[in-house]
Design a protein around this ligand. Structure first.
Ligand code: NAP
Length: 285
């Protein structure tokens, strides 16, 4: 059991605090809108009256508010109480913001870890749930049990505080690219009169294929190995042209396939057509 303070009780902060309580920790909470603490107090948390009181209550404070400037607004009120304490910032932000806040916290005598949460609030506490965390290895080691209580699949990414937010953003493409593809796919099904529910049922079977392909593409980039593809960039480019024509002939929005088609046409024109799809990175660099 650890003593942990959670600052910020929005959708995510409340889930963090509730999970820590469930896992047996002694939790102190603070939120700007005090009434949001009520359900957590009912579940056993202690509600602090001020951010300073909240930080003083535990050796470890987790912050999860809207953004870094809001974090700083709250943390400025805790300055006198931070020396010798551990701060974990789980608010989403940029690498520059993480570095700046770390410098500020260290200047106040606090140790600092920065992390991103790759999950919805309902997934907090799951065995597979992942938080990406950076900071000193010793600080990670001391906080790992608490962090793993929040996400069993959490990973320590080393001392560079810019890395968690970089990876968070680097996962936007796979997640949002696929999400927008699914939405466009539903549009195609609607135009065909094919039930979107049946399309939805097909998608989980695609996930392993997408997973393997994504890993393969990133590996070819890591190894600078673009030759002898199983499916050449030309093949993808031809498929994309068909997809654009199909969307246009249906009279449905074709912006998404047109965008992808434009990129691959430029990669073919640049001479990468016989290489791996991932050779597109040479155009984008
Ligand atoms: P939210 O429900 O909108 O909650 C925002 C929290 O920030 C509230 O506790 C709010 O306090 C507080 N806040 C905002 N401005 C403040 C200020 N100036 N001073 C003090 N407190 C302030 O957002 P959320 O979903 O919990 O997200 C919190 C963070 O987690 C974000 O950085 C988000 O990107 C990240 N995250 C969220 C999810 C998700 O699925 N929700 C997933 C991954 C990461 P009040 O209650 O007083 O307004």
């Amino acid at each position: 059991m650890s003593y942990v303070t959670v600052i910020g009780l929005g959708a995510m902060g409340s889930a963090l605090a509730a999970t820590l309580l469930k896992k047996g920790h002694a939790v102190t909470v603070w939120n700007r809108t005090a009434m949001k603490a009520a359900p957590l107090v009912e579940a056993g948390a202690t509600s602090a009256q001020t951010p300073l009181e909240a930080v003083a209550a535990s050796p470890l404070t987790i912050v999860c508010v809207s953004n870094y400037s809001d974090s700083r607004e709250v943390l400025d009120k805790t300055q006198q109480g931070l020396a010798g304490r551990m701060l974990i910032q789980l608010t989403t932000g940029s690498g520059t913001e993480a570095t700046e806040l770390s410098n500020w916290a260290n200047g106040c005598g606090a140790a600092y870890l920065d992390g991103v949460i790759l999950a919805y609030p309902s997934e907090i506490g799951g065995a597979e749930t992942s938080l990406f965390v950076a900071g000193s290895e010793d600080d990670w080691a001391s906080c790992e049990p608490v962090i793993r209580d929040l996400g069993g699949g959490s990973q320590y990414l080393g001392p560079n505080l810019r890395v968690p937010s970089t990876l968070d953003a680097a996962l936007n493409g796979p997640l949002l690219g696929m999400a927008i593809g699914v939405i466009h796919g539903a549009l195609m099904c609607e135009s065909e009169g094919f039930p979107v529910a049946a399309y939805a049922a097909l998608l989980p079977a695609m996930l392993p294929v997408i997973g393997h392909q994504s890993e393969h593409l990133a590996t070819t980039i890591a190894q600078n190995r673009f030759g002898s593809p199983e499916a050449a960039l030309n093949t993808y480019a031809a498929g994309l042209s068909l997809w654009v024509q199909d969307s246009q002939s249906r009279g449905i929005n074709a912006e998404f396939p047109e965008f992808l088609d434009g990129l691959l046409k430029r990669a073919v024109a640049a001479g990468y057509g016989d290489e791996e799809l991932s050779a597109l990175i040479k155009l984008l660099r």
